[in-house]
Design a protein around this ligand. Sequence first.
Ligand SMILES: Cc1cc2nc3c(=O)[nH]c(=O)nc-3n(C[C@H](O)[C@H](O)[C@H](O)COP(=O)(O)OP(=O)(O)OC[C@H]3O[C@@H](n4cnc5c(N)ncnc54)[C@H](O)[C@@H]3O)c2cc1C
Length: 394
Amino acid sequence: MQDAGPVAIVGAGIAGLTTALCLARQGFEAEIFEQADSLKEIGAGLQLSPNASRILIDLGLLPALEAVWSEPDSVALLDGRSLRTLASVPAGSYARKRWAAPYGVLHRTSLQKILLDAVAAEPHCRIHFGCRVESDAEAAIDRAMARPPSVIVGADGIWSRTRTSIPGAGAVQFSGNIAWRLMVQSSEATALLSEDRVTAFLGSNAHLVAYPIKEVGGFNLVAIVGGKAGGSVWVGKETEEGRRELATAFAGWHPKLRALLTSATAATYWPLCTVGDGAWHDGTRTILIGDAAHAMTPFAAQGAAMAIEDGRELALCLAESQDVPSAFARYDRARRSRIDRVRKRAAFNRFVYHARGPIRVGRDLVLALKTSESLAADLDWLYGYDAASAARLF
Ligand SMILES: Cc1cc2nc3c(=O)[nH]c(=O)nc-3n(C[C@H](O)[C@H](O)[C@H](O)COP(=O)(O)OP(=O)(O)OC[C@H]3O[C@@H](n4cnc5c(N)ncnc54)[C@H](O)[C@@H]3O)c2cc1C
């Protein structure tokens, strides 16, 4: 686009910060409006798959990531009752070779800080903290910026206010599951957890994922179970009743796993909501990305990865289209099928991870027949995806 004006971004989460950096690389000025006074500790751990790390590498962030993250050798699925290994997908150096980018795990705050430092060092980006955008996002942003923006990007998460400006946007729905995020010190993790792998323990109607967080010398645990909706409560602190419900959900599991859950600290409770199908943009100036557009369940650990891909593809579409409406249309075509496919994968993983009875038996048989190589090949479409080339196909 010639003579494009500045771009306003609502929200300095993973989506907003990545988008600002990608836009800056294309020569756009980006101004970010973030409601928080500063970026605080948010959530716990994060898995970054090669489709996302490839984009962060292009942004020059690999050395900063390598200083804080670990690259596990594998992602293993274990039976939550017997602790038997059901399947193992190679990662580590294999991921770097197969998908030409690393698979890393780190603290969410570390990623936010790396992105924020890069934004602060980028002359094309400005960030305003303590600026909450309310329902009439467009008018508020026009008032706040010296030059009205040519594009407003709503990267303000699942409870997006920007979404109210998009006719036909998707609605927030409770998924029926809640996630417990907990931490456990390495000394408490006994032989159950390994620093060399992401471990997913599977059981009826629940699963537990554990991976090392080098920065804190411990493991991040995510326990996903059926649960009650929490309204717009995105994150809640643990209560005695909640802890009891968590223990009940894992009652029949291996005693070592139950002991691990009991010893884990820093518990927070996340009702898992999604944003259903709907419009992502108004055709003229405002567009939604990341969780604001398509929050998904974390069964495929892809929400942040999709937010990062969104930022990359939106910047390319804006840079390489004649005008904003055609850039939005192109972005929509490029991202729709990808997001749909990833959502379906998350739903499939839920079915597989929480299987019970004969379905569980069938699952275990199928997994036993698969080699590590064929499990990895099943993920080529997901981890081998190159957002930059994909955007250019549309
Ligand atoms: C339990 C769990 C585990 C997960 N694990 C993974 C994983 O391993 N890998 C992965 O890829 N994904 C994972 N995800 C998904 C991932 O966390 C999200 O998809 C991702 O953080 C979304 O980023 P975002 O920037 O779109 O939204 P957010 O992170 O929600 O950021 C939105 C930002 O906008 C700001 N904001 C909100 N409203 C306003 C307003 N009105 N005005 C101004 N600013 C505003 C907020 O303060 C925030 O900074 C997981 C999710 C959960 C719940």
